[in-house]
Design a protein around this ligand. Sequence first.
Ligand SMILES: [Zn+2]
Length: 292
Amino acid sequence: MFENLSVTDSFKNSIMSAIKLSKLSHAVIFEGADEDTRLSAAKEVAAALVCKGESKPCKSCSACLKAMKDTHPDIHILYKEKDSTMIKVDSVRQIKAQALIFPNEGSKSVFIISEAQYMNPQAQNALLKIFEEPSPHVCFILTCTSKSSLLDTVISRATSYTLGEEAVKYDSERDGKANIIAAELLVCLAKENEFNFLKKTASFLKDKKLFRDIVEKMISFTRDALVFQSGGKDLVNGEREELILFKNRFTQKKTLEIINALNGFLTDIDSSANLNLTVTRFVSVLYGIKTN
Ligand SMILES: [Zn+2]
């Protein structure tokens, strides 16, 4: 997947594992990179969501072929009209109506809003209603230069991914740091008490971006743990020591609860006005799952 696109590995890995586990959020935001890359990535994800093959997108089943030719009836793409400076509320209302209808061919309808930064505030507010009451057969993919161009209420109800080149440069060092801390936190969660875990959060108490990166890594690791627990061998991060520890310490059900909680925190972090409070809740939620 994404073979011909210049996107970061962390983007590839998180999207591929979310698709594999059918855990892709009902609303995702793709930011960064250039317009063509964003749209192509969105189309590949849409193909994966409607694909009827084994490894999605298989690019050979009838659904994939239609998706690649832009003729799949369940994939809808909204562009800014040529002579307009924005995506208007009427266009969004139309998608809203379409989103209520069941998919024609598969189990998902996918709505791509290309260059969502052109949605005016009324259009974005019209989208919110669907985001708040997501129907299980619908997925929205918003592409944009930067998610900061969207309303906070939209961002907080979607999962955001950065595709871009700049993110590669910016992230390589931080990525390593996030990796190490995420692994340490999972080991700590498996072996040690809440107080020791809390001490380890000091390194990101003032760094929202790092906290978010760490939670994303923890999701990636715990998804691997889940694959591992169900006897799978196809691990995104390889067979790491932490995973073995995690696998032995938690049941599949608990691992899944932890993944869901971590996913919830991605949204919380984005909308958090007080990071200290979010971190404190983060610790108590994870330990609540562990001891429950
Ligand atoms: Zn396919």
